[in-house]
Structures are given as C-alpha cells and as structure tokens.
Design a protein around this ligand. Sequence first.
Ligand code: GDP
Ligand code: ZN
Length: 295
Amino acid sequence: MQTGQVIKTQNSFYYVQAGSEESLVACKLRGRFKKERCQVVTGDRVEFEVLPDGTGIIEKRLERETLLRRPAVANIDQVVLTFAAAQPDLHPLLLNRFLVLAEWSGIRNIRICVNKIDLLPGDEGGRFLALYESIGYEVLRVSARENIGLDALRALLPGHVTVFAGPSGVGKSTLLNVVDSRLELATGRISDKIKRGRHTTRLAQLLPLQAGGWVVDTPGFSSTELEQIEKPALAGYFPEFRPFMNGCRYNTCTHSHEPQCAVKAALADGTISEERYEAYLNILQEIMERKKEYE
Ligand code: GDP
Ligand code: ZN
C-alpha cells in the first residue's frame, strides 16, 4: 500500500502522486467508498494499491486538514488573498469579507497580496493595509506587470498547497504565470466563473510549482459562502477580537447593542479599529438578514 495525494479528478479517475515521482497513478475508488458516501476530492491524501497494469485502487482516504467547497479541494494550507491597488479598487469591506472566509475555512496561513501597485504612485494603494499587518497578516505589495515584489511572493509557496483567492480581474492568473512560467494559465481562467454558470461543475486541480509546492486553479471561495457562518462564531474570525470575547457581560453577546461588551470597550480605547469593527457589524447584519429569511 502506498500513500499519495490526489492531484486531479477526471471521468471517475483520481490522479494520485506518491512521493517525489513525476508520474501520476490513475486510480479508481474501491467500491465500498460509494456505499460509505466517503467522497474523495482533489487534495485528499489517500492510501492506494498499484495493480499490475499500472493503474491503482484507492483503499482509504486519510483525515483532512481543511476542505474548501465550490469546487471541492482538501488540505489547502495557505491562502493568498489577492486584490488590486486599483482597477478594481480595493475596499476594506471586501478585504474583510475575504479575511472572514479565510479564517472560517480553517486555513492556517493567510496572506494578503495587493497587485497592480504600478497603477498608483508611492504607497497610496496600500496605506490602510498597515492595520492588517498589525493584526498579524502578512501583506505583500506586488505588480505582475512591472515585476515588483514577486520574489517575496515566490518565497511563500514552497512546501504549501496554496490557493490564490480574491475577486475577478485583480490579476490572479497573471500573477501565477509570472511566479512560475510553467503554469501557462489562460488569463482570467481563475476568475470566478461559478456565478456565470451555476450548473457547470468546475473541478479543481493542484498544479506543481517548479520551486516545490502546489497551487490550486480555483478562486477559493465566493462571498456567497458568508451565509453559512453562524452569528456567534463570527467575532472569532476577527483574530484581534478573540482576547475580548469572553469578557462580555452576556455570554450570548453579539458585540453590537449589548451593554458591558468587552469588544466595544476595546473599540472605545482604540485596541480594536473602527474599520474592523464596522466590517464586523456589516457582516453580522448580513448573517442576521439571512436568518430572518428562513424563520
Ligand atoms: P484574475 O481574474 O484575477 O485572474 O485576473 P487576470 O489575471 O485575468 O487579470 C485581469 C487584468 O489585470 C488583465 O487585463 C491583466 O493584464 C491586468 N493585470 C494583471 N496584473 C497587473 C499588474 O500588475 N498591473 C496592471 N496594471 N495590470 C495588471
Ligand atoms: Zn460583546
């Protein structure tokens, strides 16, 4: 029995890479998987057996660290939230929505990458990002077009399975192509096409990088997924809120209208920023409106 990782799936074949070998083993699932409803998706680590004809049979799926849906990819351990300094403009609320999705997904390494800094003179585009660095997020300022900051981006990738998430048009495909010229992604391919064709299933693939590590050729998550977050969990996806969450008078505190709220006290003394608190209220509101629809 060998252990490997599913790199892509196609026509009920699962292409598994084991060890450092270049070749992939085309595997089928052992029949009992269907009965157990235990699905195998791209990124899953599996145990498989190689048959005399060179194909394989997946016997077991190993435990997942993370799972993104739409399309499904398991075991992503790094997300590069990609935005543009301009065209389209970077708005704090949009950035915060993606940060919340990234925190919710359980991916350990969350980075912010601002592309197209060639379009803005000086550091105008990224000035407000100091706040996010102070929270603990690494922020990269790059230009795929002018070849600025790309080594720092490249240095993040070896040893990880990374997804470049973010709105369409910010330059995710362009960036990946300049980070690793072997990728040859059609520009715009990583863009969020899910909205355009709701019923077309996009399957994800892990793409190997020359320097080691993998990138996933999907936009990661769509902001409609915010709907799945439960109201009490939301504050926990704002890392700098966490130290205060247990200090509120009411343990059901939503940190919005309640008296003696430790989060609001931290806002008042400047420990928590207004920008982040406003984003929190905004997303909370969205979650509550969705709840009303179902009641
Ligand atoms: P995606 O939808 O995020 O994959 O974005 P694309 O890679 O398709 O890029 C969208 C547009 O932005 C294209 O017209 C690119 O040429 C342009 N673009 C990408 N990177 C840069 C950059 O660093 N500077 C400028 N000015 N334009 C860029
Ligand atoms: Zn509170």
